[in-house]
Design a protein around this ligand. Structure first.
Ligand code: C2E
Ligand code: MG
Ligand code: MG
Ligand code: MG
Length: 278
């Protein structure tokens, strides 16, 4: 086939590939506009204790489209990471969660709740990330421990020492640190023991398979819980969809639960109303 140089000097051999590249580019442009133009929303999903009482929420991004459809964050977060849009996007999420937390401080039904925010690896590695978090805490006068930062193990793939220093500086600010999607990454046990995480979140894949009661999955889940407890870390299970899963987890000492069984991600007002806030 004849090599045709595209507009950017990129050669496309395959029209399907070219179409995909154009589509990604269009999606990136639309996302950039959504970040600037108020086109994004935060949904909240409750996190509950062993008695089912809500102790906090995870903020999850939603990108509504005309016609009521949503583009899933699983689709646009990787795209945002690739293009660098994750930096303004992450800043937007941090600012909005801080504003929300500040408002909760004046509302008795909400003032004790923690609010968890997902931090992407690229955002975490930015040289000024810790300073930005510190600035946001100061400006909104937040009780730092109420802001929880969720970080995945992939941040340790690069410079582990650098990641450790960043975590320690965040810890020194007083924020709560959670290790997200635990069990899906790499040599995780040493991270758990050495790094200053307050919460570990057992990945939903392990939880989803609990009803089948395969010995391997039960062993993994109960071992993560036991390990977390021994290390003095709060253990949260993600993706809890059934009463049976919840019961198994609580019986084995899991502190906190999150999943459709307790509540789907929902608009902020629905979450607040559910807790009897005005
Ligand atoms: P995550 O942080 O592990 O979030 C948990 C995901 O599981 C969410 O998907 C949530 O809606 C879903 N989930 C919760 N309960 C259940 C359940 O019972 N069953 C099942 N099957 N799923 C459940 P979502 O909202 O689509 O987000 C996907 C991922 O996108 C998140 O995974 C997170 O990595 C990323 N993400 C979402 N919001 C943000 C954000 O503001 N910033 C960054 N950097 N990443 C985000
Ligand atoms: Mg998360
Ligand atoms: Mg997770
Ligand atoms: Mg995930």
């Amino acid at each position: 086939s004849v090599k045709q140089a595209g507009r950017n000097g990129i050669a496309f051999f395959d029209p399907e590939m070219e179409a995909r590249v154009r589509q990604r580019h269009a999606l990136q442009l639309a996302l950039a506009q959504a970040i600037d133009g108020g086109g994004l929303q935060l949904y909240l999903q409750p996190q509950v204790d062993a008695r089912g009482h809500t102790v906090g929420a995870e903020a999850l991004l939603r990108w509504p489209q005309p016609g009521g459809r949503f583009v899933s964050p699983a689709e646009f977060i990787p795209l945002a990471e690739e293009s660098g849009l994750i930096l303004p996007l992450g800043a937007w999420v941090l600012e909005h969660t801080a504003t929300l937390l500040a408002r909760w401080q004046t509302e008795p039904a909400l003032a004790r709740l923690r609010l968890a925010v997902n931090v992407s690896p690229r955002q975490f590695r930015e040289a000024d990330f810790v300073d930005r978090v510190a600035e946001v805490l100061r400006r909104h006068r937040l009780p730092a421990q109420h802001l929880e930062l969720e970080i995945t193990e992939s941040v340790f793939l690069g410079d582990l020492e650098e990641a450790r220093r960043t975590l320690q500086r965040l810890k020194a600010l007083g924020v709560t640190l959670a290790l997200d999607d635990f069990g899906t990454g790499y040599s995780s046990l040493s991270y758990l023991a050495e790094l200053p995480f307050d919460v570990i979140k057992i990945d939903q894949h392990f939880v989803a398979r609990l009803p089948q009661r395969r010995r391997a999955d039960l062993a993994i889940v109960s071992t993560i819980i036991a390990l977390g407890r021994k290390l003095g870390t709060t253990v949260l299970a993600e993706g809890v969809e059934t009463a049976e899963q919840a019961e198994y987890l609580v019986t084995h000492g899991c502190h906190l639960l999150q999943g459709y069984h307790f509540g789907r991600p929902m608009p902020i007002e629905s979450f607040e109303r559910g807790l009897g806030a005005a």
